[in-house]
Design a protein around this ligand. Structure first.
Ligand code: LLP
Length: 386
């Protein structure tokens, strides 16, 4: 990854910081745009993955729209210059204020996640004197074969409306005067590496769309969400995710006629272009023999390992030693779960060495917190390094 190649230039920056490989981001965007064009697919970027201004500006250059999950994310997308007609907005718990704002912005669609939300949105649209475009987020009950913490489309999940509930209320849905149901939306989970899962998803969508259209609905688009996973184990082997395979699966299995097909990728666009660069503070060994490498980042910069037990590949990019040694890499926060990795093999590491925690461009900075009153980490962009 980039950090190793430019390690000698990174020492000057205050750690911890996110290093973004802007060339890799562009290559990733070129790939996803190129592959999607073969089938005329529509792309949205899930802004929750990383809302860094420069990253957003770069993504906008490639013509993607946005998927957002809060009023503030919607506002951020609009301020970053994205066309509202390319923005979708999902979320199980949208507040009235957020819905009113989204109605005013006349975005592509508000992806509605419960019947109560739908009725409220109808009322708020009437008050605003507007007809609001809406997609129904359906819970398709699919096991995405990923970490349970980040699956979203199984029957007991909080996300989406159950298909059965929609079938029970079709007449009420058709009667909503201030909404236009223009799309079907689903998102089954994140970091999906077993792509055959998407085949099952397509079969479900085919059934849902066919049945609902038979009942008198008519949809302009199907939005199949995001979820394409990245290679956290050996990112060097796969710096750009396999968009071509995913699109081929969708093309071969989704039977939705000439309706538009939309995707909402977050991780697959930005994970690999970001690394968290941190510096070794101290070495110490516990009474039980656990060899700790204490670095100056923590779960406040990158919470994924502490929150989900996620693996990120870690490398000492400045050690002069070639000898490997096992370390448990821990952060500075006052939490015992603030561990980046147990028993990882690194080159012999000493105070001052720079450590790269890879594949951290997605859900890294965007989930950072100020716990322990830590400063938020800075950002360094590859194209601005002298
Ligand atoms: N669309 C919807 C409706 C979503 O909820 C999400 C992610 C995406 C698209 C983008 O999914 P992606 O392409 O990034 O898989 N913080 C967790 C991931 C949470 C994902 C939430 N929803 C993590 O660090 O793994």
């Amino acid at each position: 990854m980039l950090s190793r190649q430019i390690a000698s230039k990174l020492g000057a920056y205050e750690t911890p910081f996110y290093l973004y490989d802007m060339a890799l981001l562009r290559q990733t965007l070129e790939s996803v745009v190129y592959e999607s064009k073969r089938y005329g697919y529509h792309l949205h970027y899930a802004i929750k993955a990383n809302y860094d201004d420069r990253i957003l500006a770069t993504i906008r250059e490639y013509g993607l729209g946005i998927d957002c999950a809060s009023g503030n994310e919607l506002q951020k997308a609009i301020e970053a210059g994205f066309n509202p007609k390319t923005i979708v907005y999902a979320g199980v718990g949208k507040k009235d204020k957020e819905l009113r704002y989204a109605i005013e912005q006349q975005i592509l669609a508000i992806n509605v996640e419960s019947l109560e939300e739908l009725y409220l949105l109808d009322r708020l649209s009437a008050e605003a004197g507007r007809i609001t475009d809406v997609a129904l987020r359906i819970n398709p009950d699919i096991d995405p074969k990923t970490n349970h913490c980040i699956d979203t489309g199984q029957a007991d999940s909080k996300f989406g409306i159950s298909y059965e509930e929609i079938l029970e209320h079709t007449e009420e849905l058709k009667a909503l005067k201030n909404l236009k149901l223009i799309g079907i939306h689903l998102h089954i989970g994140s970091q999906i590496r077993e792509l055959h899962v998407f085949e099952n998803m397509c079969l479900k969508v085919n059934l849902i769309v066919e049945n609902l259209e038979r009942l008198g609905f008519s949809f302009r688009f199907v939005d199949v969400g995001g979820g394409l996973g990245v290679n956290y184990d050996v990112p060097e082997n796969e710096p750009i995710p396999n968009f071509a395979s995913l699109f081929a699966i969708i093309h071969n299995h989704l039977k939705v006629g000439d309706r538009e097909v939309h995707f909402e990728f977050g991780r697959a666009i930005v994970a690999e272009c970001g690394e968290l660069i941190t510096r070794v503070l101290f070495n110490k060994t516990t009474a039980t023999g656990r060899r700790l490498l204490i670095v100056d980042a923590s779960m406040t910069e990158l919470i994924r390992p502490a929150l989900y037990g996620s693996y990120h590949n870690i490398e000492n990019i400045t050690s002069e030693s070639e000898l490997p040694k096992k370390y448990t890499v821990v952060g500075t926060a006052c939490e015992s779960t603030d561990v980046f990795q147990e028993n990882v093999s690194l080159k012999v590491s000493k105070r001052g060495d720079l450590i790269a925690i890879k594949s951290a461009g997605a859900y890294g900075m965007s989930m950072a917190s100020r716990y322990n009153l830590h400063d938020l980490p800075g950002a360094v962009y590859s194209d601005q390094i002298e």
